[in-house]
Write a protein that binds this ligand. Structure first.
Ligand SMILES: Cc1cc2nc3c(=O)[nH]c(=O)nc-3n(C[C@H](O)[C@H](O)[C@H](O)COP(=O)(O)O)c2cc1C
Length: 326
């Protein structure tokens, strides 16, 4: 793989910009049957919570014409087991690991950051704020700038100083830039855009909602234009804040679209379920796409869609006549 792919996300430097999306790479062991996880820029864990959770009853997943609708309810073994089994396995295998945390109260997020404070192998923390706040009638933290900021602040206050923190935002808000600003002001080093969008399907056979949770999170190709729009808007407002773009990335060109919108990395989620090797494949295709466009460094493509037409990044090979550039 070429060295054009190195990326810098604030305090987090990675050899390449392709990650797994939280919840889509299992514990890492499942994907490791298909490829060496050190080939990823980073592995993002499924969101870990303070205590074990069974998640929602089935059915939890239904297919839509161009994506998945899921209402998992964040099932997982909890932080204790995660620290005993999963994180050490990832560490032993030298996998750059971004630990995703989720909670139902500000205190729970703080507790998780505290538990991660003294353990090795945490390259960064991703704060999944798309969770209901039990202290606010179940209103999702990600929907309100003050609530989102209080979660990020709690993680910042309790995490090991210097640990890179990324806040993962939900797209179904009136103004994502306001939420992004609140998270950055509260101490987030970067943002992950986006989590799933709330959607719903009704089963024509049972005449009832297809999911036990009634509504669920829409992911896959259907959400990509929404995710690209969020990345574009947030990069325009906060050009120096690093962004991890997520939502429907299935090919190198999809990844390039996010990079051009302003992301410095991408995460591959739903695509992994039908192609477990999607991560390394997207990386190879992205490298080829950059080379085909004579873009010498990934960093030169970040946010390029914001530049006026005709702008040529400095690393584009000088000997190529402009009209021959793709
Ligand atoms: C089955 C499934 C489980 C997920 N679990 C999590 C999770 O634990 N934490 C989280 O922040 N996002 C979770 N997500 C959201 C993804 O990380 C991602 O933000 C979203 O699916 C959009 O990307 P995609 O279209 O590539 O899947 C989950 C998505 C799916 C489909």
């Amino acid at each position: 793989m070429s060295d054009r792919l190195g990326t810098v996300l604030g305090p987090l430097e990675l050899p390449n910009p392709v990650m797994t999306a939280s919840g889509c790479g299992g514990t890492g062991r499942e994907l490791a049957q298909f490829f060496d996880l050190t080939r990823l820029g980073a592995f993002v864990t499924t969101s870990v919570m303070a205590r074990p959770r069974a998640g929602r009853p089935t059915p939890r997943v239904t297919e839509t014409p161009s994506g998945l609708l899921t209402a998992m309810g964040l099932p997982g073994p909890g932080i204790e087991t995660f620290l005993e089994n999963d994180l050490p396995w990832l560490s032993e295998h030298d996998v750059r690991t971004i630990v995703s945390v989720a909670g139902n109260s500000v205190e729970e997020y703080g507790e998780l950051a505290r538990r991660l404070r003294h353990v090795p192998g945490v390259a960064a923390i991703e704060v999944n704020i798309a969770c209901p706040n039990v202290e606010d009638r179940g209103r999702v933290f990600a929907w309100h700038p003050t609530a989102a900021a209080s979660v990020v602040r709690a993680v910042r206050d309790h995490a090991r100083p210097g640990t890179p923190i990324f806040a993962k935002l939900a797209p179904d808000v009136t103004d994502i830039v306001t939420i992004a600003l609140a998270c950055v002001d509260a101490g987030a080093d970067g943002l992950t855009l986006i989590n799933t969008m709330e959607g719903m399907a009704i089963d024509p056979k049972t005449l009832r909602p297809a999911l036990s949770g009634v509504s669920g999170g829409l992911s896959g190709p259907a959400v990509r234009p929404v995710a690209v729009r969020c990345v574009y808007q947030v990069h325009a407002a906060l050009p120096s804040t690093p962004i991890i773009g997520v939502g429907g990335v299935a090919t190198g060109l999809d990844a390039l679209e996010f990079i051009l919108a302003g992301a410095s990395a991408v995460a591959v989620g739903t695509a992994v379920f039908h192609d477990p090797t999607a991560g390394p494949r997207v990386l190879r295709e992205l490298d080829e796409a950059l080379a085909a466009r004579r873009i010498g460094r990934l960093a030169d493509a970040v946010g390029l869609a914001h530049k006026p037409a005709g702008y040529v990044p400095p690393q584009v090979r000088a000997e190529e006549p402009a009209e021959e550039r793709l």
